[in-house]
Design a protein around this ligand. Structure first.
Ligand SMILES: O=C([O-])CC(=O)C(=O)O
Ligand SMILES: [Mg+2]
Length: 180
């Protein structure tokens, strides 16, 4: 199952995360962001890594109550996943800085308290599989950003919270966002 966020909803550090109108449960989901470096259609799993340009620490911010309602009614996820500021991203991490994308630790803290601490080795579908699957249907373009699913510990944020997140990789800077 894949969904799309509008291009206009991604933000970088310095811009606060805003709770969408009427949302009563805004969840954090830290995810590895994969940035496409070389376009492709119907990419095989064995060729998938060649299409990656780099990575970023990403947040799949989710209006969980609105998403739950849409899910229950069988309606699209557009607002629950695609409201303004729903896709905070960190700096570009060149591909060669990540030794093994299948064994990469990522974490998220709220106000200094660890909430998510996972590893890509626990992913249901690994990164090459995700790239291959999506590209069977959608041409991937240079600069496309694929969020890859969140580890355990997803939960709500509230106004004033400071979210920090990062990867367990020496030299990869942590990312900070404020919730407004
Ligand atoms: O919100 C969801 O149910 C799905 C999702 O984005 C994730 O698991 O990362
Ligand atoms: Mg997610």
């Amino acid at each position: 199952m894949v969904f799309i966020k509008p291009l206009s909803v991604y933000i970088t550090q310095g811009t606060p995360i805003k709770i969408p109108l009427g949302c009563k449960k805004l969840n954090h989901e830290v995810e590895v962001g994969v940035i496409i470096g070389k376009p492709g259609f119907q990419i095989t799993e064995s060729n998938a890594m060649k299409h990656i340009g780099g990575y970023t620490v990403s947040l799949d911010m989710t209006a969980a109550d609105m998403l739950a309602e849409a899910r229950q009614k069988g309606l699209p996820w557009t607002i629950g996943k695609g409201f303004d500021t729903a896709c905070p991203v960190g700096d570009f991490i060149p591909k060669d800085r990540i030794e093994n994308i299948k064994d990469l630790g990522l974490w998220l803290k709220i106000n200094g308290e660890m909430k998510q601490d996972g590893n890509t080795k626990d992913m249901v579908f690994d990164v090459p599989k995700l790239i291959s699957f999506m590209s069977q249907y959608i041409t991937l373009e240079e600069g496309d950003l694929i969020l890859t699913g969140s580890p355990a510990g997803v939960g709500p944020v509230k106004p004033g919270d400071i979210i920090t997140c990062g990867m367990h990789v020496p030299g990869v800077a942590e990312v900070t966002f404020k919730v407004e």
